[in-house]
Design a protein around this ligand. Sequence first.
Ligand code: FAD
Length: 442
Amino acid sequence: MPTRADANTDTPEAVTGWQNWSRSLPPQRAQIVTPKDTAQLAKLIRETEGGVRPVGSGHSWTGLVPSDGAIVKLDNFNAVGAVDSQSKTAWLGAGARLKDLSPQLAAHGLAFRNLGDIDVQSLAGATSTATHGTGRDLQCLAAEIRGVKMITGAGEALEVSARQNTALLPAVQVALGALGVLTEIEMQLVARHKLHRRVWFAPYRQVLADAEQLWADNRNFEFFYLPFSDTAMCITHNLTEAEDTPRNLDESDDAVMQLKALRDWLGWFPYLRKKLLAAAISGAPEEDVVGESWQLLSSARNVPFNEMEFHLPVSEALDALEEVRAHIERHRADVFFPFECRMTAQDTAWLSPFNEGPRISVAVHTHAPFGAPDEYEFLFTDIEPIFRRRGGRPHWGKLNRFSGADMRATYPQFEAFAKLRAELDPDGRLLNPYLRALFGAA
Ligand SMILES: Cc1cc2nc3c(=O)[nH]c(=O)nc-3n(C[C@H](O)[C@H](O)[C@H](O)COP(=O)(O)OP(=O)(O)OC[C@H]3O[C@@H](n4cnc5c(N)ncnc54)[C@H](O)[C@@H]3O)c2cc1C
């Protein structure tokens, strides 16, 4: 358990002990420090022995956050600052949680254009790894960044915005916390809006055949393939002016635990498993509701899991999904979490996985109960090679074994980013073992 180590008001609050959400990374003994203002933050970056790493809500699986020195939490940088209702932009505290920002933005008549499956991430954490939702014409969250204020690895204040250092905008949008610690982010927002949400089940082959059309016809479309069932769950969201409808939101873990029970009892009897899955699916509730965008797009994820997600060229993604499905159903009776399939529009951020065209993301999950996670090495040995062969780029925050050389070969602007990183953080104050390996830095 984290222990409170320092409650002195003149020094930043500090506790020790950190672990990421799924506990896939070893527990960290580093201090977690919560600076009150930019002066404290700059001092921490300059003076902490071993350097610092910024953390959001710890929802990444890759080794981005562990630190040889301290982990810096931006909880005190969480306010809604200047709002420009004309341009629908606002300066927002980089450490604010998306779920706390949405209702505050709604009070200004504004909303995020899109959100991912959850909204508990911090704004800086989510954008720094190119967190995305789904929608053929909708970009990842980082592409909506119009400006940032940060303390660089050299401990200096830097603004990148329409006013200053504008050319650096595509570098700072997706930056892994490697250029500096973001304190404020100017986001492009849209008018507060309502969505019509539909959830239904359909034969998997039919969904594969219709997927491109469903992406074209709906503002947001995604589907989950339920392994061993030949069935997919489809979800659409579309703009509407209709009245809100009551939602029987089931945030219990019953559905996923039912899939687990069928795996536990019938994993080695695929025919029976499929039969009972079909019965369970036919009784599963479908949804047809209207509500505020942010209340419908994201939901709670209470069952811990490990996840690999790759962003693939549109022409390759559904074939990759099919290869993954066939492999898992032949060799991995233990998998029961649905595979997720989403689409994201192109943007221009140097390290955005979507910067060379729209991509379809395919994600595979394994159960990770604390202390006894399901074995997931096969994600690296069996599934990652499928995604690699088909030109996939890994989600920056999710499981993958891409090396620095792999990333360099994947991203045309990787070298330019690495050069900028070395300029803004000449002494490697923001480096940790993971980033050192990624950037080949000493
Ligand atoms: C249950 C679950 C559901 C998820 N759903 C989705 C989804 O739908 N779509 C998707 O794309 N991803 C999804 N993710 C992945 C998640 O959105 C990303 O890993 C995201 O980066 C996590 O945000 P965080 O606030 O937890 O950041 P952390 O994981 O704490 O940090 C992520 C990165 O941001 C950096 N960072 C944090 N704060 C700052 C700062 N102030 N300045 C500079 N850098 C900073 C960190 O150093 C690190 O490099 C999901 C993850 C989980 C566990």
